[in-house]
Design a protein around this ligand. Structure first.
Ligand SMILES: NC(=O)c1ccc[n+]([C@@H]2O[C@H](COP(=O)([O-])OP(=O)(O)OC[C@H]3O[C@@H](n4cnc5c(N)ncnc54)[C@H](O)[C@@H]3O)[C@@H](O)[C@H]2O)c1
Length: 311
């Protein structure tokens, strides 16, 4: 069995473990700084395995050494948003947590592929790659799978068509400037721009952009975790099963879409190498303008990070 380590056993970390165990993708290690938390959640989940008939070993630890030799390391440690906060407000606290976790786990698992979830997402993925020196294939951030799934869920509800027939591509940075590509999104092959009225489509695009904030405002004490961790589980499966799945993820840009030296949400091919390549859409002038605005916001956060950490 492959070994998958999840750093941070809070809401997203533990729920990721749950989805992964159901898919029987590998043995799991949960790590958290809170004493007893990863051990307790790990033991509880282990005891569910006979019921769901999955042969998965799950352990919890407060020590990174338990992650040694991992195939996949998933970084979820850090603070979530509270109502009124932007993802960028988490930068300084989470840069310290993610930076240390990335360096420690990389020493123990130099061959692992890193999937980053902690916010501000694109910048935490950038930090992970810079501190570990990993090639870009082996650091990927989760954002677009979730943002696209939110849009798919809203379109499926509006049209009464199965989620399976709804494809959506939400690209760009994981913030309010994200770019839902309506022209490339479709219901059973028909572009959304033809399938839905302009008003309905605009309402869905706006709700998608603010999808994370809507849940933060409802929960009040934390942020979304079921869909974000299902997204991480899908990415993990695509990597471990070498699926060549094209999904939107945050990837390190080397000239694609005219962007360089930054993480940004784009369609990528995920397989056993990790982020094996980036797919480039031909963007219209309007779409490119939205891309540029979103990229500028992400670059600002990368710059703010560089004032906090030497990278
Ligand atoms: N990219 C996305 O789409 C997305 C979606 C949801 C949440 N998030 C982000 O994921 C992060 C986690 O969210 P959550 O809901 O799981 O929060 P949470 O508070 O439930 O869990 C975070 C856990 O990290 C632990 N932790 C803190 N410092 C640590 C360290 N040094 N080592 C190991 N563990 C440590 C905490 O004890 C806590 O249990 C947040 O930054 C949140 O904004 C991102």
């Amino acid at each position: 069995m492959p070994k998958i380590s999840i750093i941070g056993a809070g809401m997203t970390g533990a729920t990721t473990a749950h989805w992964l165990a159901e898919r029987e993708l590998g043995d799991l290690v949960l790590v958290d700084v809170v004493e007893g938390l990863p051990q307790g959640k790990g033991l509880d989940m282990l005891q569910a395995m006979p019921i769901i008939a999955r042969d998965v070993d799950i352990i919890g630890s407060n020590d990174h050494s338990a992650t040694k030799g991992s195939d996949i390391v998933i970084l979820t440690a850090g603070l979530p948003r509270k109502p009124g906060m932007s993802r960028d407000d988490l930068l300084s606290a989470n840069a310290e947590i993610v930076g240390k976790a990335a360096v420690e786990t990389f020493k123990l698992s130099p061959d692992a592929i890193f999937i980053v979830l902690t916010n501000p997402l694109d910048t935490m993925a950038y930090l992970t790659m810079k501190l570990t020196g990993l090639p870009r294939t082996r650091v990927v951030g989760q954002a677009g799978v979730l943002d696209s799934a939110r849009m798919r869920a809203f379109v499926a509800k509006e049209t009464g068509i199965s989620v399976e027939n709804v494809s959506c591509y939400v690209l760009g940075g994981h913030g309010d400037e994200m770019v839902p590509l309506t022209r490339h999104s479709n219901v059973a092959g028909i572009p959304l721009t033809e399938y839905l009225s302009a008003d309905k489509l605009e309402a869905i695009v706006n709700r998608t952009r603010k999808g994370g904030g809507e849940i933060v405002n409802l929960l009040k004490t934390g942020s979304a975790y079921y869909a974000p961790s299902a997204a991480v589980a899908q990415m993990t499966e695509a990597i471990l099963k070498d699926r060549n799945l094209v999904i939107p993820c945050s990837a390190y840009m080397q000239g694609e879409y005219g962007l360089n030296d930054m993480f940004f949400g784009v369609p990528v091919v995920l397989n056993r190498q990790g982020m094996s390549r980036i797919i480039e859409y031909k963007l219209s002038g309007d779409e490119q303008a939205l891309f540029d605005k979103s990229a500028a916001a992400v670059k600002d956060t990368h710059q703010a990070l560089k004032k906090l950490v030497k990278i």
